[in-house]
Design a protein around this ligand. Structure first.
Ligand code: 5GP
Length: 259
């Protein structure tokens, strides 16, 4: 493989320079981290599954008119994306109490929220992604009021769509995290959805059993992480029935051959 210029390496993905100006290649790793990288591990085949799941979701969102950075999947671990200026804000959308919301407010995990709640965090590993409000975003100029309006509007549309998509395959969308970026047209910055949507950044519970099918399996040492991610991909129709491991075996085979 020709050497490409690496632009950025994050905890779960690497960004390389793309083939054309304004494009990047997003590579999905098997590395898993939690609690601001204090816990580290590997989930075999995670990168392949997240690439596929995120491709599927971003494609569907594009079809309903949500602007995204996704252009196309290139291979099992890489996708071509539009280069954006990342807005330094993580957008959390919550339908059911869980995780830090439950801890902060003492609400039992699994409690249906009376309405969807959107929260913001400042994207900073050093600071541990602290929670912020619109006031901080405006005061420090991380995004304009118009951009925040677009972000909140897109987050709600994405939530409505994803709740339905997952409910249709027996999964409750408890909460998830989104990231947005700006693309510049002349002097006008437009907000588009960036990053990924996968079991790494969503809480997905089986509707009937409440079994966790997401990264909480890793965070909470529940085991069966790869199987849970495969189950999500399988229910989305991305893995042929009974051939889950074959997809991953093929990838392992390629790695073993040093490709
Ligand atoms: P919580 O605030 O409860 O930890 O997370 C809320 C939701 O956002 C969960 O679905 C979680 O997976 C996602 N989330 C929040 N922060 C991050 C992050 O830094 N990385 C990833 N991958 N997901 C996050």
């Amino acid at each position: 493989m020709a050497r490409r210029r690496q632009i950025y390496e994050g905890k779960a993905k690497i960004l390389y320079e793309g083939p054309e100006p304004g494009t990047l290649i997003q590579y999905f790793k098997d590395d898993a981290t939690a609690f601001n990288a204090q816990k580290k591990g590997t989930i075999n085949g995670k990168g392949v599954l997240n690439n596929r799941i995120s491709e599927h979701i971003f494609t569907l969102l594009g079809l309903i008119g949500v602007p995204t950075h996704f252009i196309r999947r290139l291979n099992m671990r890489e996708q071509l994306i539009r280069q954006v200026e990342i807005v330094p804000i993580e957008v959390m959308v919550r339908n059911v109490a869980a995780g830090t919301l439950s801890k902060r407010l003492g609400i039992e995990e699994g409690t249906q929220l009376p309405r969807t709640i959107i929260e913001y965090a400042y994207k900073s590993d050093e600071l541990g992604d602290p929670m912020i409000t619109d006031e901080h975003i405006a005061a420090f100029g991380w995004a304009s009021q118009e951009e925040m309006h677009d972000i909140a509007d897109l987050a709600i549309r994405i939530n409505d769509f994803l709740c339905g998509l997952f409910a249709g395959i027996g999964i409750r969308l408890v909460d998830f995290k989104l990231e947005f970026g700006r693309i510049w047209d002349n002097d006008y910055g437009r907000i588009i959805l960036a990053d990924e949507i996968s079991p790494d950044c969503c809480r997905l519970w089986d509707i009937k059993t409440n079994e966790k099918l997401d990264k909480d399996r890793f965070r909470r040492d529940l085991g069966g992480e790869a199987e849970a991610y495969q189950e999500v991909a399988r229910r989305l129709g991305l893995l042929p029935e009974g051939e889950d491991s074959a997809v991953l075996d093929l990838e392992q085979h390629r790695r073993d051959r040093g490709k």
